[in-house]
Design a protein around this ligand. Structure first.
Ligand code: PBG
Length: 324
């Protein structure tokens, strides 16, 4: 035998030398759920260890996030039913939950990178990402609302707006609206390839944002397709995205890899709620070693090509990282 691959694995020092990929807290963005009120830290049953925070409690978590060297957070609001309507009007309220949370975070933690989600579902009585008329999800009419929403978030101080709605032409529309209002330094992280996935279940129950009728298959992508993801990528590159995302992450590592080869923009991947819930559930039952399964999964996302990982595991990963 001329070549014996095991020589390079013979002990942990050699393995440390030849390791190709490593995770650090700098790789992560931590998703946070927010709710009205004070002293609220409401557990989310399908996401053990994750909570809906009122703004005062949110600031405490942001302090932890910053102290652990996690560079950013993304915010998702739980909107009261009484504020939801078919036009998702609350999404444009400058004093709504999201703009207030962004202002509070940027005041206390100016260096924390704040991403906001651009889509109508948490605000819409239909629970869809776009406006619904007679069962149809309207594209161009939705773009107007999304662009205004992006401007509201930019005014509040968001660093990046992150359209997760999958309407056609949204990146261009949002870019133009931001530039027209002189927010040329606010970036766009596009959810470029967002699949119609079963893995969003725990997220939708956390926000009570599931579609009231139908599903999201006329706008989110078919899990069977990868060339179509490249088509979406071309659109977003042309339209001025600053970062492109693949979502979910683990069932779509091939798409992350594809994006890495076809773009020079930073690639983000969203390790979504269902991916987190599965590992937590099996870990609770002692069916797997939860921390090892967590680290192996996160590392696979990085190895596939992700530069930025959105994950509910971010905080606990970072705590364990600094303990070592
Ligand atoms: C809203 C949105 C969703 C997620 C992020 N932004 C849900 C959906 O599209 O139904 C899911 C995130 C997760 O499951 O962790 N458009």
């Amino acid at each position: 035998m001329l070549s014996r691959p095991r020589r390079n694995r013979k002990n942990s020092s050699v393995r440390n030398l030849v390791r190709e990929n490593a995770l650090s807290p700098h790789d992560f963005v931590y998703p946070l759920f927010i709710v009205e009120g004070k002293n609220q830290k409401q557990p989310i049953s399908a996401l053990p260890g994750q909570f809906r925070y009122s703004i005062d409690e949110l600031l405490k978590v942001c302090k932890e996030v910053e102290d652990l060297s996690i560079p950013g957070v993304v915010l998702f609001p739980k909107i009261e039913d009484s504020l939801k309507d078919s036009k998702a009007s609350e999404a444009l309220n400058k004093n709504g939950l999201v703009p207030r949370a962004v202002r509070a975070i940027k005041k206390d933690f100016p260096d924390l990178v704040v991403f906001t989600d651009i889509a109508l579902d948490p605000f819409s009585s239909d629970g869809h990402d776009g406006l619904v008329v007679d069962g149809e999800i309207l594209n161009d009419e939705t773009l107007e609302v999304l662009s205004q929403m992006a401007v509201v978030h930019a005014e509040a101080g968001a660093d990046f707006v992150a359209p997760s709605d999958m309407m056609d032409g949204r990146v261009r529309n949002i870019r133009q609206a931001l530039d027209a209002q002189h927010f040329k330094n606010v970036g766009i992280l596009s959810y470029t390839a967002k699949y119609a996935s079963s893995f969003y279940g725990p997220f939708r129950s956390a926000l009570d944002s599931a579609p009231r009728a139908g599903d999201k298959k006329t706008y989110q992508m078919d899990p069977a397709n990868s060339r179509e993801a490249l088509r979406e990528l071309k659109h977003d590159l042309r339209e001025g995205a600053d970062m492109v995302m693949v979502k979910p992450a683990l069932p779509y590592l091939d798409i992350i890899h594809l994006f890495k080869q076809h773009s020079t923009l930073p690639i983000a991947a969203y390790n979504v709620s269902g991916e987190y819930a599965m590992i937590k559930a099996a870990g609770e039952k002692n069916w797997i070693d939860e921390k090892r399964a967590r680290d192996e999964s996160l590392l696979s996302i990085k190895r596939a090509g992700a530069d930025i990982i959105f994950s509910y595991f971010a905080l606990e990963f970072a705590k364990d990282y600094w303990k070592k």
